[in-house]
Write a protein that binds this ligand. Structure first.
Ligand code: SAH
Length: 237
């Protein structure tokens, strides 16, 4: 937690911010080893970044004087990530990593090799998804929450959503064995599609290419979803 991310409701009219939830308090005690008088980086959810001075810290409350919250958060990546729904633990880690890297639009997609049971996972509950996004924001000192959409059926996604998502965006389909190496250092708005642990099936690859996506590869090593996404984002932007 390189940033104490505040809900606008945490800040009182007197300019004092109070943190009461056990996770942030534990972190302040155990990782920051914070003490009254310390200056820490604060941010407001979907707002600015700044500094705050810790007034007091107890087992049930931390109180800060907010000094200023007028710095903009880091620039987002110009990408909409379409991720075939990974297994719950991988989903949690991947959401955290991609949020820390600056992704602001995520669609979780059903494909043939996504296990149907993953859609029933408690990790997909909005408050659990939000927890992972917040961890990513706190890690990267960002304040803007990504927006996560669920696309639980492939065909409707392909026919109804994809054409709009591809308007003004370069579609990039990450799939081992494609002809083109993943481009480097682009700044074009993009739509990046990453498959499930078993990969996209040939039918899906054909449809996505037909819809206007470019197939790209990262070399002959087949990477786990969370590694592939990180490598792709790092190399693309
Ligand atoms: N067994 C699958 C690979 C699944 S890896 C297969 O052989 O197709 C999970 C996802 O990570 C893939 O669908 C792809 O989107 C991405 N990925 C992993 N390694 C990659 C590579 N070397 N090139 C491009 N994409 C890769």
């Amino acid at each position: 937690m390189n940033l104490i991310l505040l809900d606008p409701d945490d800040i009182a009219a007197d300019g004092h911010a109070r943190v009461r939830d056990p996770r942030r308090l534990r972190h302040l005690h155990e990782v920051h080893r914070a003490a009254p008088g310390d200056e820490l980086t604060l941010g407001v959810e979907n707002g600015g970044l700044g500094r705050g001075r810790l007034l007091h810290l107890s087992s049930d409350e931390a109180c800060f004087v907010v000094e200023q919250l007028d710095q903009p958060p880091p620039a987002p990546l110009p990408v909409h990530l379409v991720l075939a729904l990974p297994r719950p633990r991988m989903l949690a880690r991947t959401l955290e990593h991609v949020t820390a890297l600056g992704v602001k639009h995520i669609t979780l997609l059903h494909t043939r090799r996504v296990e149907k049971s993953y859609w029933q996972s408690p990790e997909l509950a909005p408050e659990r998804v939000r927890e992972h996004l917040i961890l990513g924001l706190e890690q990267a000192r960002d304040t803007r929450l990504p927006e996560v959409t669920l696309a639980t059926r492939f065909r409707p996604f392909l026919e109804d959503s994809l054409p709009d998502l591809l308007k003004g965006r370069r579609g990039l389909l990450a799939h081992p064995g494609m002809a083109t190496p993943c481009p480097r250092g682009i700044d074009t708005p993009s739509l990046l599609l990453v498959g499930p642990e078993g990969g996209f099936i040939p039918y899906e690859v054909e449809r996505l290419l037909e819809a206007g996506c470019e197939g790209i590869h990262l070399g002959e090593r087949i990477l786990r979803v969370e590694t592939a996404v990180t490598a792709l984002l790092a190399r693309l932007f």
